[in-house]
Design a protein around this ligand. Structure first.
Ligand code: 4NP
Length: 157
């Protein structure tokens, strides 16, 4: 079982999109049983709130949360990272460098090299644009999808 926690600032846009894009990908490939996938925030801003409606709408454009993963997408609410996440997960995957700095503040150190950035699995490393500011949820969807595909490849799938 490979345990993955996606992390962003608010846990209402990018990291829940990553959570459900990867859940959808692993479900469609028949490998979902190999994974435990979740997402969390570094900030307290949106704790308890559901996925931001435009992010949910972008997922729905791709059939995620409509026919597939419907109940889980509807039930997801933002939660903050906690110290125990470091031991609990194998990969703590940030959307941008700022998330890594915030995780390091929470976890203190990364002795097992579990903290990484999603697009660094691809051949175009970098930050994922924050659609909260860009409003380009389609661009964020494509970036996250590329990152998740590269992640699965790196994991040997
Ligand atoms: P996320 O986007 O980190 O991708 O969930 C944001 C959500 C909320 C805020 C910023 C970014 N906010 O400032 O409340």
């Amino acid at each position: 079982m490979i345990k993955i926690l996606f992390v962003c600032l608010g846990n209402i846009c990018r990291s829940p999109m990553a959570e459900f894009i990867l859940k959808d990908m692993t479900t469609r490939r028949g490998i979902a049983a190999d994974f435990s996938i979740a997402s969390a925030a570094t900030s307290n801003e949106e704790i308890g709130n559901g996925i931001y409606p435009p992010a949910k709408a972008e997922l729905a454009c791709h059939g995620i949360g409509t026919d597939r993963l419907r109940a889980e997408v509807a039930a997801k609410t933002a939660r903050r990272i906690r110290r125990s996440d470091y031991a609990e997960y194998d990969y703590l995957i940030a959307m941008e460098n700022f998330n890594i700095r915030n995780m390091m503040r929470e976890f203190g150190d990364d002795p097992e090299n579990k903290i990484c950035r999603l697009l660094d699995f691809t051949n175009r490393p970098g930050d994922i644009d924050d659609p909260w500011y860009t409003r380009k949820f389609d661009v964020t969807y494509e970036q996250i999808t590329a990152g998740c595909e590269a992640l699965l490849e790196k994991l040997g799938y």
